[in-house]
Unconditional design. Structure first.
Length: 146
């Protein structure tokens, strides 16, 4: 089986967090099916919009089995609506978290620049603390011709 590599860059995080998750959340918010589900969960009768109903019309409620079906369907829709809201909240939090990670990575990259002299000073400080009798080498610089 061939191995695949996924490169996660700052741009990938930004795109996924803002574009992909944002588009998914917008679709979820504007979905006619989710709106209808809310109408069913609330038990609102009639059409929520042309061709979309907010109440299960199973025998008009005159039969006891129809009323049981309506009640169970109402409960199912309420449960689904709660899960969709949990999904929306989780995706929103994930989007914010990914944008935060992207920002942290960007800041870390900017702050990670050490000069050779700073690195040698840090190494000397560590070595000197661990064993003060060991001399630390002085920094050297090398240049390469391209």
């Amino acid at each position: 089986m061939a191995e695949k590599t996924l490169k996660v860059s700052e741009q990938y995080l930004k795109d996924f967090a803002k574009d992909k998750l944002g588009a998914f959340l917008e679709d979820l918010q504007n979905s006619q099916g989710v709106k209808d589900l809310g109408q069913f969960a609330a038990g609102v009768g009639g059409e929520s919009s042309p061709g979309h109903y907010g109440n299960l019309l199973a025998g008009g409620g005159k039969l006891s089995t129809a009323k049981d079906l309506q009640t169970r369907f109402h409960d199912l829709c309420g449960s689904l609506q709660k899960e969709i809201e949990n999904l929306r909240q989780t995706c929103t939090k994930m989007s914010v978290d990914l944008q935060t990670v992207s920002s942290i990575l960007s800041d870390a990259e900017d702050k990670a620049d050490l000069t050779a002299a700073e690195m040698w000073k840090d190494i000397a400080d560590i070595v000197g603390t661990l064993n003060p009798t060991v001399p630390t080498p002085s920094p050297t610089t090398t240049t390469s011709k391209s």
